[in-house]
Design a protein around this ligand. Structure first.
Ligand code: MG
Length: 153
């Protein structure tokens, strides 16, 4: 068994979509980025790649590569997972923290859990997502942490 941790932060910008693991949350700003900016998909990607010692999201999908301009980050996560799976790993557990003051992510928790469970081919009840605020310290960014446990099949 191996554990992995992933972290990411994206600036919020008007006119961008606010995406968490592919779930679009209605808000007037969204994550800026070379890809679609999905901060949680990126953190989870790094957690599973780190646990399997297979690299990181920047190495697999470089942001200077035009192929990943506006990329669907859930596609990137599925690709990273297929690399990890090929090495014989399955994701036994995934726990995430999303940090932002607005929008509120709690109403979307189960949609996000479902999306991650489907992408990583794991049971819904082995994925959890928690929301935290910064109490106004950081209004213009969203952060995500992810911790996973991989099990060799
Ligand atoms: Mg990112």
């Amino acid at each position: 068994m191996r554990t992995g941790i992933g972290y990411d932060i994206h600036r919020l910008k008007r006119g961008r979509r606010f995406l968490l693991a592919g779930a679009e949350i209605p808000y007037f700003k969204g994550e800026d980025g070379h890809s679609d900016g999905d901060v949680l998909a990126h953190a989870v990607c790094d957690a599973i790649l780190g646990a399997s010692a297979m690299g990181d999201i920047g190495g697999l999908f470089p942001s200077n590569n035009p192929a990943y301009k506006d990329a669907d980050s859930m596609d990137l996560l599925r690709k990273a997972f297929s690399c990890v799976k090929k090495e014989g790993w399955k994701v036994a557990s995934l726990d995430c923290v999303i940090i932002c003051d607005n929008p509120k992510v709690l109403p979307f928790r189960d949609v996000i859990r479902n999306s991650l469970a489907a992408a990583l081919e794991m049971p819904f009840d082995c994925v959890f997502v928690k929301g935290k605020t910064t109490e106004g310290f950081r209004k213009n960014a969203v952060e995500a942490y992810a911790v996973c446990l991989l099990e060799k099949q």
